[in-house]
Design a protein around this ligand. Structure first.
Ligand SMILES: NC(=O)c1ccc[n+]([C@@H]2O[C@H](COP(=O)([O-])OP(=O)(O)OC[C@H]3O[C@@H](n4cnc5c(N)ncnc54)[C@H](OP(=O)(O)O)[C@@H]3O)[C@@H](O)[C@H]2O)c1
Length: 327
């Protein structure tokens, strides 16, 4: 048996209920893992509200770290007793124990704690593919300016530090002055409070009128139009989230008028579709964390039983860095 957080219908945080579930043995290609810590992510909110619909009842959650308890047929990269961490489909990490596909589960290096593992896999692998694989046609060179929205959040704070390690000039946006101070302390070259400043005008000013090569935008509806104004010709609009709501339909012709811009909508789950790609990305993440170039900030911890409050705080923009649910 395991405690798990289930929803019976899409809705508000009150739909998150703790239940007892039976956990079986892993089938071919699966493992059973006992969690030590669980990562909270904004995608959990989309799953809860139904922006990304799920079949009911559903246990949500996409990220955790723990110990492998049992291994199914055909799994060769993990064994019983291994410390492990993952960002993975299908949802279901808000629980003590689960059976899940082994493909996206990685051995956790001894130097990385369970809490850090749970706080960094989904967010860190996302920062990896954004900064290393989601590039403009000309690529990114040291010194290039990029704009990263919601930079004080879970993905954002990792991206700020990783961008500094890559030599990029990351221009960060965040919703309060305190969050702006936080991103500057974590590698952002500039910070803009987009609640009270025109971020497009500031980006033009910072870049001497040229604009940035890439905008990394997870805010969606509220930032879309102005983000396009921040790009230089042939720049890349990399949309990867909808914290303020989905991006509304737009006319492709407007991209030509703004300078032959490129637009992409990325998701981590395409990047970690194979065991090999997952491990290669995770190895880069583990290396940059082990080197100290990227520190994982766990700024909030909630017992699993307080998951409703964790969701309220995340949606109310009260959190910074990573948040974990403890067991
Ligand atoms: N596509 C992918 O592969 C992928 C993977 C991971 C995450 N994501 C996306 O990346 C974003 C960051 O994820 P995260 O888990 O690290 O969350 P997070 O950044 O810790 O939290 C979301 C942040 O978005 C900002 N925000 C702006 N408008 C908002 C609004 N109307 N309501 C709520 N928040 C708003 C807030 O920061 P400010 O107060 O500073 O504005 C808030 O703290 C999310 O949109 C998530 O869906 C996408």
């Amino acid at each position: 048996m395991s405690l798990a957080v289930q929803i019976r219908q899409h809705g508000g945080p009150e739909e998150l209920q703790i239940v007892d579930v039976t956990v079986g043995d892993p089938g071919p290609g699966q493992i059973r893992i006992r969690h030590h810590a669980i990562g909270l992510n904004f995608i959990d909110v989309y799953h809860r509200t139904g922006l990304y619909p799920l079949t009911m009842p559903a246990t949500i959650g996409m990220e955790a770290a723990g110990v492998v308890e049992a291994v199914g047929e055909g799994v060769t990269h993990l064994k019983v007793g291994d410390r492990a961490a993952y960002a993975s489909q299908p949802p279901g990490s808000y629980c003590e124990v689960r059976v899940m596909p082994a493909q996206c589960v990685c051995k956790l290096p001894d130097a990385i704690s369970f809490e850090t593992g749970a706080a960094m896999m989904l967010k860190g692998l996302t920062a990896q593919y954004l900064l290393k694989k989601t590039l403009p046609v000309e690529g990114l060179q040291s010194g290039d300016p990029v704009l990263f929205h919601a930079a004080a959040g879970g993905v954002g704070l990792i991206a700020c530090q990783w961008a500094r390690a890559l030599g990029l000039q990351l221009i960060a946006t965040a919703g309060t002055d305190a969050k702006c101070q936080l991103v500057l302390a974590n590698g952002a070259a500039h910070a803009i409070n987009y609640q009270n400043e025109d971020f497009a005008a500031r980006v033009k000013e910072i870049t001497g009128g040229k604009g940035v090569k890439v905008v990394y935008d997870s805010v969606g509806k509220d930032t879309w139009d102005k983000s396009l104004e921040c790009l230089r010709p042939f720049g890349l609009m990399a949309s990867f989230g909808n914290a303020s709501g989905p991006v509304p339909p737009f006319a492709p012709g407007s991209l030509g008028a703004k300078g032959s811009l490129y637009v992409t909508r990325q998701t981590l789950f395409t990047h970690i579709a194979t065991r090999e790609s997952t491990q290669a990305m995770a190895d880069e993440l583990f290396a940059v964390v082990a080197s100290g170039q990227v520190k994982i900030h766990i700024d909030q911890r909630y017992p699993l039983a307080e998951v409703q409050q964790a969701h309220r705080d995340l949606e109310a923009r009260k959190t910074t860095g990573s948040t974990i649910l403890t067991l």
